[in-house]
Design a protein around this ligand. Structure first.
Ligand code: C2E
Ligand code: MG
Ligand code: MG
Ligand code: MG
Length: 289
């Protein structure tokens, strides 16, 4: 009896495993097809500088325009792309596309726009990222100071000697390095000392509750103060309300990004927003919002 049910259990387990492997292989193939058929798209979310009240740059965020499933968010495919190594070619495509787009905005007269591109640890294992960045900047004619690369704290852990070397090479090009999702990883102050980081991006999980949770408010204030004393800039992500904006303005965070201003949008929609703010800043300059 017990043996029998054990066997059934195993049979069920094997079937389940088989189904999962099948799904994985299917998804992997779908990602390859997506690359070949250019089903990926880059969306852009603006950042607003609290000093000028104007858009200072954008973050490039990849989307997968799947022929059957519609627009797929990166949360559902980036980790698979990392496991299969496809993040290499996908990341390269995003970087190239974002640099071409930033160059176009410059040509239209929006000449201070920066573009921030997310990098994955796997890209550093696969290739010489500094060489890749150098080549793409040359191909697109974008000035290095207009490109920003976003890293996460976990990337600075592992084999950090080779990461340090790679980041120094990237810094030497003149590109800005940003530590994304700050506060969610180990947030070791040693990273900030060891790695050539220019910008700290405060994670959405702090920003969400800065107006309701005094601990998050004081942590955020402390991160901004610490960054200033280290001569780093700060960006707050996930800003959704006027209250959050007011707090971030009061503590002199440099830039803000979030749905309060705009969701990530296709390039054409962002161009419209840039045109619209030419005559009218997004926020009144220096005024308390
Ligand atoms: P991230 O780099 O931290 O990007 C910010 C995410 O927060 C984006 O999600 C954005 O849509 C979302 N967000 C921005 N403002 C708000 C807000 O006010 N409220 C809320 N609730 N969310 C907001 P998205 O586009 O789904 O991207 C998720 C993550 O996927 C990114 O987090 C990044 O880690 C990764 N990712 C996106 N594009 C790429 C890429 O090209 N390469 C790599 N390696 N990773 C990428
Ligand atoms: Mg990011
Ligand atoms: Mg982030
Ligand atoms: Mg995030």
């Amino acid at each position: 009896e017990a043996k029998e049910s054990g066997r059934n259990c195993f049979k069920f387990y094997a079937q389940e495993m088989g189904r999962r492997i099948e799904q994985y292989v299917e998804m992997e193939n779908a990602l390859r097809v997506a690359l070949e058929q250019q089903q990926f798209e880059v969306y852009y979310q603006p950042k607003v500088n609290l000093c000028s009240g104007r858009f200072s740059g954008v973050e490039a965020l990849v989307r997968w325009n799947h022929p059957q499933n519609g627009m797929v968010q990166p949360g559902s495919f980036i980790s698979l792309a990392e496991k299969t190594g496809l993040i290499g070619p996908i990341g390269e495509w995003v970087l190239h596309t974002a640099c071409v787009q930033a160059r176009q905005w410059h040509d239209m007269g929006f000449d201070e726009m920066t573009v921030a591109v997310n990098l994955s640890a796997i890209q550093f294992d696969q290739q010489d990222v500094a060489a890749l960045v150098t080549r793409i900047l040359a191909e697109t004619g974008l000035a290095p100071r207009h490109l920003e690369l976003e890293l996460t704290e976990s990337m600075l852990m592992g084999d950090s000697d080779s990461m340090l070397a790679a980041l120094k090479d990237i810094k030497a090009i003149g590109v800005t390095l940003t530590l994304d999702d700050f506060g969610t990883g180990y947030s070791s102050l040693a990273y900030l000392k060891r790695f050539p980081i220019d910008v700290i991006k405060i994670d959405r999980s702090f920003v969400r509750s800065i107006t309701t949770d005094p601990n998050d408010a004081s942590l955020t204030r402390t991160i901004v103060l610490m960054a200033k004393s280290l001569k780093m800039k700060t960006v707050a992500e996930g800003v959704e309300t006027q209250g959050q904006l007011g707090f971030l303005n009061a503590i002199k965070c440099d830039d803000v990004q979030g749905f309060y201003f705009s969701k990530p949008v296709p390039a054409a929609a962002l161009t419209e927003m840039l045109r619209h703010q030419q005559n009218r800043p997004v926020l009144p300059r220096g005024a308390e919002p």
